[in-house]
Design a protein around this ligand. Structure first.
Ligand code: ADP
Ligand code: MG
Length: 412
């Protein structure tokens, strides 16, 4: 083992002395996450979490250049045809969605494992590649190709990787690096762990979420899929930091778009990752192998992105705005009589209502009210768990342009 291959090469791993700016960002995230969706009915929030998962899947795959459109993802969740020529992309998208769903469910049940643990991370990778075809698992370079084993760290010289100008540790060193990673980013103390865990403080967990995101990708423990897995890990860390807001926001949209918007914004993520790869720049740049300043700049950017996403989601899910947009949606749909709007708005406020209440809510004669209700069910905006049961809101992808402007780039 050479000195450069010591697992402490990822130091500094945590922000021990946060600036006022970083502390303010973390406080802002906590406050916004608590507000987000607090006014929503749990049933409505659960449907929106579904929308957020599709969105996260879309953006996380897009960052890797895999463009699976939101509508395709929504359809694929209901099944993928064997002869579909975009089958591999859809398998990947559905897997991403399902992994995030499982994380959200574990977070709600309080059973989320420590997101920095090796077992958890390997399991994320394994689940993400569940159902993957051999073609999807084949990694080719100019000189050779091999089939990746889901959930297994890189192995042997042929699985060494290069990312741009950065050379991650040799494959043989990955187990040690990931053991060290776990020690440094464990949220709760591990039995026998020699190092101090991140602890319960939400700010400390948020800083760790940001820095772990970079250090994980710096190690690049898997032959492929590190980007997607790291964004799912960050999602889990946000949940564990208590800022998950029941799955109503996620970091990938912000990582993909950056803070400045446009092509420059889209380049921010890779640029900030590359800065954080830099070695220590002189005596006043921390005490680790890597630049402390690079890590602080990355953390500030990453948490700024989180604030930006929370802010955007809060604006989308504001009851008053959403009520107005539901009416706009009805006005735009030929098949929906304008009397449909109060039914959607009632479902928004109350979460669900009995079918028999449609007359009172819409103020229409019984037959017309029933017709309006049926039109909304046929359109996919209202649905119920049982045939005659109470109806609640749905957010089909086709309605998203109107309901949630800018959720996706134009033409997605
Ligand atoms: N300079 C860098 N330093 C560390 N990580 C980087 C750098 N540039 C990009 N990355 C990370 O590498 C990821 C791509 O790795 P890869 O294993 O191909 O993941 P995936 O298959 O999910 O695309 C990017 O999403 C990003 O998170
Ligand atoms: Mg890749």
């Amino acid at each position: 083992m050479t000195v450069e291959e010591a697992s402490s090469r990822i130091e500094p791993a945590r922000i021990e002395h946060p600036s006022g700016k970083l502390l303010d960002l973390s406080i802002d995230i906590v406050a916004r996450a608590e507000r987000l969706g607090a006014a929503l009915h749990p049933e409505t929030a659960a449907q929106l979490a579904r929308t957020v998962r599709i969105m996260n899947t879309y953006y996380s795959n897009l960052i890797e250049g895999h463009n699976t459109r939101p509508r395709e993802i929504e359809q694929a969740l209901h099944g993928i045809l064997p002869e579909d020529d975009r089958r591999d992309l859809k398998i990947e998208a559905v897997a991403h969605y399902r992994v995030q769903q499982a994380l959200d469910e574990q977070a709600a049940a309080g059973t989320l494992p420590d997101p920095a643990s090796e077992a958890f991370i390997q399991n994320l990778h394994r689940s993400f590649y569940e159902g993957a075809t051999e073609k999807m698992l084949t990694i080719s370079s100019n000189s050779h190709s091999f089939i990746m084993a889901p959930g297994e760290w890189r192995q042997g010289k042929e699985q060494d990787v290069v990312i741009g100008r950065h050379l991650p540790p040799a494959s043989d060193r990955v187990p040690d690096f990931m053991a060290y990673f776990h020690q440094r980013f464990a949220f709760t103390p591990r039995p026998g762990g020699e190092m101090i865990a991140v602890g319960k403080s939400r700010s400390a967990r948020l800083f760790a979420m940001a820095t772990a995101h970079h250090r994980f990708n710096y190690i690049h423990p898997f032959p492929d899929g590190n980007g997607r897995v790291s964004r799912l890990m960050s999602h889990a860390m946000a949940q564990s930091a208590g800022v998950g807001a029941h799955g109503l926001w996620s970091v990938s949209r912000g990582l993909a778009r950056g803070l400045t918007g446009g092509p420059e914004g889209r380049a921010e993520y890779k640029q900030h990752m590359a800065w954080a790869d830099e070695p220590r720049q002189g005596d006043r740049d921390g005490r680790g192998n890597l630049s402390l300043e690079g890590l602080e700049i990355f953390t500030e950017w990453f948490l700024g992105v989180c604030v930006d996403q929370l802010d955007y989601m809060e604006s989308l899910f504001d009851l008053k705005t959403l009520g107005t947009r539901l009416k706009r949606y009805v006005d735009r749909q030929e098949a929906l009589p304008s009397e449909c709007a109060p039914l959607l708005q009632e479902a928004l406020i109350r979460g669900e209502f009995d079918r028999g209440e449609a007359t009172r809510i819409s103020g229409l004669p019984e037959r017309s009210a029933r017709r309006a209700l049926k039109a909304l069910v046929d359109d996919g905006m209202l649905a119920s768990k049982t045939e005659k049961g109470p109806v609640s809101l749905r957010f089909p992808v086709k309605a998203l342009d109107t309901l949630f402007p800018r959720l996706y780039p134009d033409g997605a």
